[in-house]
Design a protein around this ligand. Structure first.
Ligand SMILES: Nc1ncnc2c1ncn2[C@@H]1O[C@H](COP(=O)(O)OP(=O)(O)OP(=O)(O)O)[C@@H](O)[C@H]1O
Length: 692
C-alpha cells in the first residue's frame, strides 16, 4: 500500500545536522478510517521514501488526474506506524530535555480529519502523545521530588481562553523582566497521577475523551494546547529545575484559495492561516539560525515563544490524510518549504526533487526569496552565496520590510550576477505536438526543469537524481553561469521524460547552493524509479500575460457586441467569483462578460444611454481591477515584469508576499503597499486596456 522505505535514521552526519535543528518537521500519514477502507479512496496514493539520515520524500499520486506531488520532510511516519513509535523517536528526546529543565513543544498541524487530535490526545484504547508523555513525566517527578502541573488553553480568533478553569476574561500574554512569557489568567492544576489527570474537566469534557478535540462544528476552528510544567530537583547540583512542554493541536489548515472567498468563515480562515504561516516562518527562522524571530506577528507564535526558541526543542508533526486532499497537499507543501529553506542553511549538499507544479512554483518562489535575503543582508556575500558558512538570510518578515528598500539591488551586483538573477528562473515553452525527446534530449530538457533543494549531506547517497558538479557533460554552460561559479551546483536527473503540452511551461530553477562535496552520479537502487515517479509531467504555470490580456480584450469585445445580454443580465451572478479566481482559464470565457460583473445593476432601470454607459464603465473598471489583482496574485516573475511599473525588485517582492499570504492583493489599495503610486496603477491598467 505504501511506497518503499529505505534507509534508517542512524546516520551520524545526519544526527549532527539534526541536532542543530531546533524544530523537526515530520509527517505522519494517518491510517484509513473504516469508511475509507475498502472504498476507492483506499487506492495507494501516498508513498514515502526514506533516505539515509533524516529525510523522507512524501509523494502523492492522484491516479484520476495524473497529478503527482512530492514533498521533502525531515521524516515521515507511515500509516502502520503507531503513536508509540512517534513518541519514542520524536517526543521522548524533548521529554528528556524537560527533565534537564529545557522547554519543549509538540505541534500537530494538518488539514481537517488528518489525525491531529488522535495523535495528540488519542482515544480510550490508544493513548495519544500527551498521555504517554505525561506518564513518563509523572514517573520522573515521583523519583526526583518533582511536581507536575498542567494548563489547557484555546486560542480562538486571537483570544486565549482557559479550558481548565474557564473565566470571563481571556488569558493575557505578558513578558516578564527576563523576557519570559507569562500567561496571565491561565490556571495551573497540580497532577500527581494519570488518574488525577483523567479526572480533570477540560472545558466540560474529559481529556481521555475529547479534550483538544474541537466540537463537531465546522464553523468553529481554533488552536488548542496543553502545557505540562515540571519542577524538579537536579540530583547532582541539588538545584531546582523548571521546564515545560506544550502539546499543541493546531486548527485545521484550509487552503483558502481552493475554497473560494465567498464563505462566511473566510475571515476566520484567513486569521488562522496567517497564524499558521507565521508559525512556519518561525520554524524556518529558528532552524536557519536567524537572529530575529518574528514572534509578534501572531498571537499563536507569541504564545509559543518560550516553547519555540533557541533554548528549547520542538517537533512539528504534519498530519496527512492518506487520500488526496487539497488541504493536505497545501499543508505539507508549506511544512516542506519551511524545513527545506532551513536545510539550505544548515547543510551543504543538494538534492533535486521533481514534483508537481505547485511544488515547483513554491520552490522557485522560496528560491527567489533566498536570493533576496542574501542580497539584502550582505551585498558583498552575494558572489559567495550559499557556499559561505555565514548566515546571510533574513526572515520573510524582515524581507518584506526590507525588500523594497533594496534601492541598490542592481548596483550591488556585478553585471554577471545581475544577469544571473533573472536567468536563474527561465521558461521554455515546448512546441505543440513535439515528439517526446530521445534520451539524450530528454536529459537536456530535464536539466531545465529541476527543482533544487538543499538537504543534508548525509543523505547524498540516496539522492533521487544525478548530481553534477561543474564538470557534468550534460550541463549547459548557461545554467552554470546563471548562478555564479562558486555557489551553483547543477543538478540533473537521469532518465525520465518531460513532455509538455501547448500551455505547459517548463521552469528552469537553478539555485545557488553551497555544496562542499560532489555527490556520486548514481542514485541508490530504486531511486531512478522514484525520479520517474516524481518527475514533473505537468506544470500549471499561470497563463502568460498575453493570454490574460487576450481574455480581457475578448471580454470587452463581447461587451461591445452583446448589448442585449447586458440589458438582461443572467441571474447566475455567482459565476463572477469563480471566473476571477486563482486559476483563470486562458481561453475566452464562455460566460458573457456582462453577466460576470460583480454587483451588476439592472441596466433596464438606469435610464439614458449615457447613464447605462457610465454604469457599464464602472463595472468594467471593477472587472479590470479584479483581473489585475488576480493577475498579480498568480502571475510568475517574468509575467509580472511585463507590467508597467513592475521591475525585478518589485516582482521579487510580490512573489515574497505571496509566500506569506496566498492572496496578498485584495483591492487596488493593496498595490500601494508595494510602492505603486496611483499614477503607476493607472498606467498598469491602461497598459491592459491598450491591448483592446
Ligand atoms: N492513528 C490512528 N489510528 C486510527 N485511526 C485514526 C488515527 N489517526 C486518526 N484516525 C482516525 O481518523 C479520523 C480523523 O482523525 P482526527 O479526528 O484525529 O483528525 P483531526 O485532524 O483532529 O480532525 P478535525 O480537524 O476534524 O478535528 C478519526 O476518525 C480517527 O479515528
Amino acid at each position: 500500500m505504501m511506497g518503499s522505505s529505505s534507509g534508517a535514521r542512524d546516520g551520524t552526519d545526519s544526527l549532527a545536522c539534526q541536532l542543530q535543528r531546533r524544530v523537526r518537521v515530520v509527517g505522519k500519514i494517518r491510517p484509513f478510517t473504516d469508511s475509507e477502507a475498502g472504498g476507492s479512496s483506499c487506492r495507494a496514493r501516498v508513498s514515502v521514501t526514506r533516505f539515509d539520515g533524516d529525510h523522507a520524500l512524501v509523494a502523492f499520486d492522484d491516479q484520476q488526474t495524473c497529478r503527482k506531488d512530492s514533498y521533502m520532510l525531515d521524516w515521515c511516519y507511515e500509516q502502520d506506524e503507531n503513536i508509540d513509535q512517534i513518541f519514542t523517536a520524536e517526543v521522548k528526546p524533548l521529554i528528556e530535555g524537560l527533565f534537564r529543565g529545557h522547554n519543549g513543544c509538540v505541534i500537530a498541524y494538518g488539514a481537517r480529519g488528518s489525525g491531529k487530535s488522535q495523535l495528540i490526545q488519542g482515544s480510550g484504547q490508544n493513548p495519544g502523545l500527551v498521555m504517554i508523555a505525561l506518564g513518563e513525566i509523572l514517573a520522573f517527578a515521583n523519583e526526583n521530588r518533582g511536581s507536575v502541573t498542567v494548563s489547557c488553553y484555546e486560542l480562538s480568533q486571537d483570544h486565549i481562553y482557559d479550558l481548565l478553569e474557564p473565566k470571563d476574561q481571556e488569558v493575557l500574554i505578558l513578558e516578564d523582566a527576563a523576557k519570559r512569557i507569562q500567561l496571565k489568567g491561565l490556571s495551573q492544576i497540580p497532577v500527581n497521577s494519570i488518574s488525577d489527570f483523567k479526572k480533570l474537566s477540560f472545558h466540560g469534557c474529559n481529556m481521555g475523551k475529547s479534550c483538544l478535540k474541537l466540537p463537531d462544528d465546522s464553523t468553529v476552528r481554533s488552536h488548542r494546547g496543553l502545557i505540562v510544567y515540571l519542577s524538579s530537583v537536579d540530583k547532582e547540583s541539588n538545584s531546582s529545575l523548571i521546564g515545560k512542554i506544550n502539546f499543541v493541536c493546531l486548527a485545521d489548515y484550509e487552503d483558502i484559495k481552493q475554497k473560494g472567498n465567498a464563505r462566511p468563515q473566510l475571515a476566520e480562515s484567513t486569521k488562522i492561516n496567517k497564524s499558521l504561516y507565521t508559525l512556519l516562518n518561525i520554524v524556518c527562522a529558528l532552524n536557519s539560525g536567524e537572529n530575529f524571530i518574528p514572534y509578534r506577528e501572531s498571537k499563536l507564535t507569541r504564545l509559543l515563544q518560550d516553547f519555540l526558541c533557541k533554548a528549547s526543542r520542538a517537533v512539528l508533526i504534519t498530519c496527512l490524510n492518506p487520500t488526496i486532499c487539497q488541504d493536505t497537499l497545501s499543508a505539507v507543501n508549506l511544512a516542506s518549504r519551511s524545513c527545506q529553506v532551513a536545510n539550505r542553511h544548515q547543510c551543504r549538499s543538494a538534492k533535486v526533487i521533481k514534483s508537481g507544479s505547485k511544488f515547483n512554483q513554491s520552490c522557485s518562489r522560496s528560491i527567489v526569496g533566498i536570493h533576496v535575503r542574501a542580497v539584502s543582508q550582505k551585498k558583498t556575500e552575494i558572489s559567495q552565496c550559499a557556499s559561505s558558512e555565514k548566515k546571510v538570510y533574513g526572515t520573510p518578515y524582515a524581507i518584506r520590510r526590507r525588500s523594497l528598500q533594496l534601492g541598490s539591488l542592481g548596483t550591488c551586483l556585478s553585471e554577471k550576477q545581475k544577469n544571473g538573477f533573472p536567468s536563474a528562473i527561465r521558461k521554455k515553452k515546448m512546441p505543440i505536438g513535439s515528439s517526446p525527446p530521445n534520451k539524450s534530449e530528454s536529459r537536456k530538457a530535464n536539466s531545465r526543469v529541476d527543482i533544487v533543494a538543499a538537504v543534508d549531506t548525509c543523505s547524498q547517497r540516496n539522492i533521487v537524481l544525478d548530481y553534477l558538479g561543474g564538470d557534468c557533460p550534460m550541463l549547459e554552460e548557461e545554467s552554470c553561469e546563471s548562478v555564479g561559479p562558486n555557489c551553483v551546483e547543477n543538478i540533473m536527473p537521469k532518465g525520465g521524460d518531460c513532455y509538455t503540452n501547448e500551455n505547459t511551461f517548463v521552469q528552469d530553477t537553478v539555485v545557488g547552493l553551497g555544496c562542499d562535496e560532489k555527490m556520486t552520479a548514481d542514485p541508490i537502487d530504486g531511486t531512478k524509479d522514484e525520479i520517474q515517479k516524481i518527475f514533473v509531467n505537468e506544470d500549471q504555470s499561470s497563463p502568460p500575460l498575453s493570454a490574460r490580456l487576450r481574455e480581457i480584450s475578448n471580454s470587452l469585445k463581447l461587451l461591445s457586441t452583446q448589448t442585449t445580454t447586458i440589458g438582461t443580465p443572467n441571474t447566475d451572478m455567482t459565476s463572477t467569483k469563480e471566473i476571477n479566481k486563482e486559476k483563470p482559464d486562458p481561453k475566452t470565457p464562455g460566460v458573457p462578460f456582462a453577466v460576470r460583473l460583480e454587483n451588476e445593476p439592472k441596466f433596464d432601470c438606469i435610464g439614458s444611454p449615457q447613464d447605462i454607459f457610465k454604469t457599464r464603465s464602472t463595472g468594467l473598471k471593477t472587472y479590470l481591477a479584479q483581473e489585475c489583482l488576480a493577475f498579480l496574485n498568480s502571475a510568475n516573475k517574468e509575467e509580472l515584469k511585463g507590467l508597467k511599473g513592475i521591475g525585478e525588485k518589485r516582482a521579487t517582492y510580490i512573489l515574497q508576499l505571496r509566500e506569506e499570504s496566498s492572496e496578498p492583493f485584495k483591492n487596488m489599495d493593496d498595490l500601494k503597499e508595494i510602492g505603486l503610486s496611483r499614477k503607476q496603477i493607472n498606467a498598469m491598467m491602461s497598459q491592459v486596456l491598450g491591448d483592446f
